[in-house]
Write a protein that binds this ligand. Structure first.
Ligand code: ADP
Length: 444
């Protein structure tokens, strides 16, 4: 989802870690795009994008991606660090315009992401006028797109219009053709369909396979199995590049199935720290009292925008309803929304259209709204055993102290969960200041 909301590069000072299959292989890193074996049309595209120098992950990953003989790579870094631009450069670099068959295949978990990657191909590939792209996404009829061309923009709009899955009927199939475009970007389901049912996509000459957002693929049922099936049909010599915002066990296990002995480049996520965030807690007797405490906090302490985190969607809905009734401008962010809806809600919040954003735990990670300096925990995050969920807590309140800004976090808890506050204090070795409810709730 963060892909949709990062409009500029997230520059990180963090360390890049490289795990290499062969430690003696001279894995070099670059400081300028000119050092890379890029054709001049691509360099022009890079300059047109306004990229002056490679990002941290690009410095390390691009030489590997463009190396001969081709190398398999896993690159992990948070959204907005330049992964898409990097693999788009690799695809455009590997695609040979004179060969009229698919050579690069990129899988993304959603329709919207596939189109967004296509957009990057279009801009960076503006000067590679003979390289063509097709989208293996629901509703597409197999129409070609040429990066940079005026006609491409028209086609792209058309593609956006093909939203009804039932209208799908491949033009290529109707004409009994196989696809000739050098770059295919798709979702796993439609790509499988095009390969094995429609038989319009020939995988036998794919030389570069890109799996974007692997962690999301794994979370979305079926996508990782479909990707594995597609991968099995690729030539053995095909270069595989896998990108992910995280590299935890499920991603590692998935990666191992399709990329034995890869080079792994990890850019450590911007380290969240609590030292620049002042943490307060308030103990309440009931949900209603929690609500009144929150409103009073809002009236007296909170200036500007605030993010309020709830443990469940039900609680988030309830709170949003109550606050809206009282005239607050509230937006709500839960996992049930589509990625595009979520991105649009965050964008509105970022633009200040709503002052309060209520979110569930799933949305705690990665939301990057720099002007937010206040976070409220409307109840603390906990696991199924009722123990504190330290990681989620860190990510929730980390929203208030992005990029070293000073922030403030309030935890409004009920009496029976106050021990969670103390466990969190101990775990992070941080002191929480207790706010007396009397100061806020007159007459109680
Ligand atoms: P990711 O795939 O890791 O989410 P993107 O490739 O989408 O990251 O890049 C995030 C933003 O940064 C985009 O707006 C992109 O145009 C920009 N960007 C990427 N690489 C560079 C660079 N080297 N210099 C400046 N901006 C860049």
């Amino acid at each position: 989802m963060n892909k949709f909301i990062h409009t500029s590069l997230v520059e990180s000072q963090q360390h890049v870690e490289i795990l290499q299959r062969d430690p003696s292989s001279p894995l070099f890193s670059i400081k300028t795009f000119e050092e890379l074996p890029l054709k001049k049309e691509l360099l022009q595209g890079v300059y047109m994008m306004g990229f002056n120098r490679p990002s941290k992950i690009q410095e390390q990953a691009l030489p590997v991606m463009l190396a001969y003989p081709p190398q398999n790579l896993i690159a992990q870094s948070q959204s907005g660090t330049g992964k898409t631009a990097a693999f788009v450069l690799a695809m455009l670099s590997r695609a040979s315009a004179s060969e009229k068959y698919p050579q690069c295949l990129c899988l993304a978990p959603t329709y919207e992401l596939a189109l967004q990657i296509g957009q990057v191909v279009r801009t960076i590939g503006k000067f590679c006028t003979d390289v063509k792209v097709n989208y293996a996404v629901r509703g597409n009829q197999g129409i070609t797109e040429q990066p940079g061309s005026e006609q491409a923009k028209g086609k792209h709009r058309e593609l956006h219009a093909w939203r009804q899955p039932n209208t799908f009927c491949s033009l290529a199939v109707l004409k009994g053709m196989v696809l000739e475009e050098q770059i295919i970007i798709g979702t796993p389901g439609t790509t499988l369909d095009w390969c094995f049912k429609q038989r319009i996509l020939d995988l036998t000459k794919i030389s570069l396979f890109v799996l974007d957002e692997a962690d999301i693929m794994i979370d979305m049922q079926g996508l990782s199995c479909q990707s594995i099936r597609i991968h099995r049909s690729l030539p053995k010599s095909c270069q595989v590049l896998l990108f992910s915002a995280t590299y935890k066990e499920p991603v590692r296990a998935f990666a191992e199935r399709i990329i034995p002995d890869p080079i792994v480049i990890k850019l450590r996520e911007e380290e969240l720290t609590l030292s620049n965030i002042r943490q307060y807690f308030m103990v309440c007797q009931s949900l209603d009292e929690q609500y009144r405490a929150l409103c009073n906090l809002y009236g007296s302490f909170i200036i500007g925008q605030v993010m309020i985190f709830c443990q469940t969607r039900r609680l988030a809905d309830w709170l949003a309803g109550k606050m809206s009734q009282e005239g607050h401008q509230v937006a709500i962010l839960t996992a049930e929304l589509t990625v595009v809806q979520r991105a649009s809600i965050i964008q509105r919040f970022r633009e200040g259209k709503e002052k309060v954003l209520i979110a569930t735990n799933v949305c705690a990670r990665g939301i990057d709204v720099q002007q937010v300096t206040t976070v409220v925990n409307f109840g603390l995050p906990m696991d199924l055993d009722g123990e504190p969920d330290f990681e989620t807590y860190l990510h929730r309140i980390g929203r208030a102290g992005r990029f070293g800004h000073r922030g403030i976090a309030f935890s409004v808890v009920q009496r029976d969960t106050v021990q969670l506050v103390h466990k969190i204090e101990q775990y992070f070795r941080e002191h929480f200041f207790c706010l007396s409810l009397q100061a806020f709730v007159p007459g109680d």
